[in-house]
Design a protein around this ligand. Structure first.
Ligand SMILES: CC(=O)N[C@H]1[C@@H](OP(=O)(O)OP(=O)(O)OC[C@H]2O[C@@H](n3ccc(=O)[nH]c3=O)[C@H](O)[C@@H]2O)O[C@H](CO)[C@@H](O)[C@@H]1O
Ligand SMILES: C=C(OP(=O)(O)O)C(=O)O
Length: 416
């Protein structure tokens, strides 16, 4: 079983370049289903989730060639409408391809995505959105079948600003007849990136990045070249790697505005930040204070940074609280952090963290991607040796993490 061994307490210092955003690359790759001809997507991170999406595109007859950080896509053939079960169970973002296939082919059959380690993750908001655009939805034998020969623009009001549902409905509506308005839309930077790709391809989308998005349907979209935005979650995780080890790390190729909620929290905790146009340097201050964090849809504090900030606050002076409002079960890392000596108590969706002076290395298991990142951070700070199992989770979302941390001075090794 693959695992990672870290000998902690080495201050990480230096500069690191942040990769392209997984959560932007995945919906953008799904969107290429809508684009006729050839597209080139650049700055795509090399991750297992990306390989899964390449396989997904190939499974429906799209030619997708990955060459390092570039993916060339040829969409010239007759597309299939069936998404393989095996791929959907591997990666939740597989469901993001449903909207584009529906709009392009007139129907899609997709296995019902199950829950995962962070929550039950239903797709009701996506399905109600498709129905509002005129689609018929049927659930049968574990598959969702969605049909509509020609989608019609509509008013779609979300009960919650779901990132995936905003992306799915926005993509589907680009080829609908007439105008669609999504209200209570998610405002994440990855949605803006997706809208920019689609607009380059000929779509007419306005308002992406706000809570109201308008999409005027067009008859056709063309292949484009597009560069994926930097990964704000990787950037935040790397800044914490420097801070938790009392080192000094500069992250390059970042967009500071995308992580302003994290930067505010770090400032409250006492970190010294130097923010430039596309780089941020973080160094520990004279104090390492506690903080109270509430995860929220963007521009709030991202749930995808919740586990990592918990590892950091486990070593702060005083009592911190974290309230997780997005996923109902995203505290799986707490028991593993406790095994490393953290003092954390959870009460439903609230974690109460009493800072301790030291963590101690232990054998621990990552149960999901960001839980894994939290354990990596804890291992970097802890006294002695930490062995982390569940490496496959971290490899879904962090490109060359072991190499990047080694270059910054970490004593870290992947063992096969
Ligand atoms: C590939 C990708 O971009 N993943 C991100 C995306 O996931 P994803 O798009 O799946 O997250 P959503 O914003 O949809 O989910 C947020 C909450 O809404 C609930 N919900 C969602 C859809 C639905 O139809 N019904 C429903 O109840 C979910 O169970 C969850 O509790 O946004 C999340 C929230 O920022 C991030 O943590 C994920 O990293
Ligand atoms: C939850 C995440 O991803 P996904 O939606 O792909 O599971 C994440 O990136 O932290």
């Amino acid at each position: 079983m693959a695992r990672v061994k870290i000998i902690g307490e080495q201050p990480l210092c230096g500069a690191v370049k942040i990769s392209g955003a997984k959560n932007s690359a995945l919906p953008i790759m799904a969107a290429t289903v809508l684009l006729d001809g050839e597209s080139l997507i650049a700055n795509v991170p090399e991750l297992t989730d990306i390989t899964t999406m390449v396989r997904m595109l190939r499974s429906i007859n799209i030619v997708a060639e990955q060459n390092g950080h570039n993916i060339r896509i040829y969409n010239k053939k007759h597309l299939k409408h069936l998404i393989p079960y095996e791929l959907v169970t591997k990666m939740r973002a597989s469901f993001f391809i449903a909207g584009p296939i529906l709009a392009k082919v007139g129907m899609v059959r997709v296995p019902m995505p199950g829950g995962c380690a962070i929550g039950s993750r239903p797709v009701d908001i996506h399905l109600k959105g498709f129905q509002a655009l005129g689609a018929k939805v049927r659930l049968e034998h574990g598959f969702i079948e969605i049909r509509c020969p020609k989608l019609k623009g509509a008013y779609v009001d979300f009960p919650f600003p779901s990132v995936g549902a905003t992306e799915n409905i926005m993509m589907a509506a680009t080829l609908a007849e007439g105008t669609t308005t999504i209200t209570n839309a998610a405002q994440e930077p990855e949605i803006v990136d997706l809208a920019e790709l689609l607009n380059k391809a000929g779509a007419k989308i306005s308002g992406a990045g706000t809570s109201a998005i308008t999409i005027h349907g067009v008859s056709k979209l063309n292949g484009v070249e597009h560069e994926i935005i930097p990964d704000r979650i990787e950037a935040g995780t790397m800044l914490l790697a420097g801070l938790i080890t009392r080192g000094r790390i500069a992250v390059h190729n970042v967009r500071p505005a995308d992580i302003s909620a994290l930067l505010s929290a770090l400032t409250i905790a006492g970190a010294k930040l130097t923010v430039k146009n596309n780089s941020i340097e973080a160094a520990s201050g004279s104090v390492w204070r506690s903080a109270d964090i509430v995860t929220n849809p963007h521009p709030g504090f991202p749930t995808d940074m919740q586990a990592q900030i918990m590892a950091y606050l486990a070593l702060a002076d005083g009592m911190s609280t974290i309230r997780e409002t997005i996923f109902e079960n995203r505290f799986m890392h707490t028991s593993e952090l406790q095994r490393m000596g953290a003092n954390i108590r959870t009460e439903e969706r609230i974690a109460i963290i009493k800072g301790v002076p030291k963590l101690s290395g232990a054998e621990v298991k990552a149960t999901d991607l960001r839980a894994g990142a939290a354990l990596w951070l804890a291992g970097l700070a802890a006294q002695g040796e930490t062995i982390i199992y569940g490496v496959e989770h971290i490899e879904r979302g962090y490109e060359k993490l072991t190499e990047k941390l080694s270059q910054l001075g970490a004593n870290i090794k992947r063992i096969n």
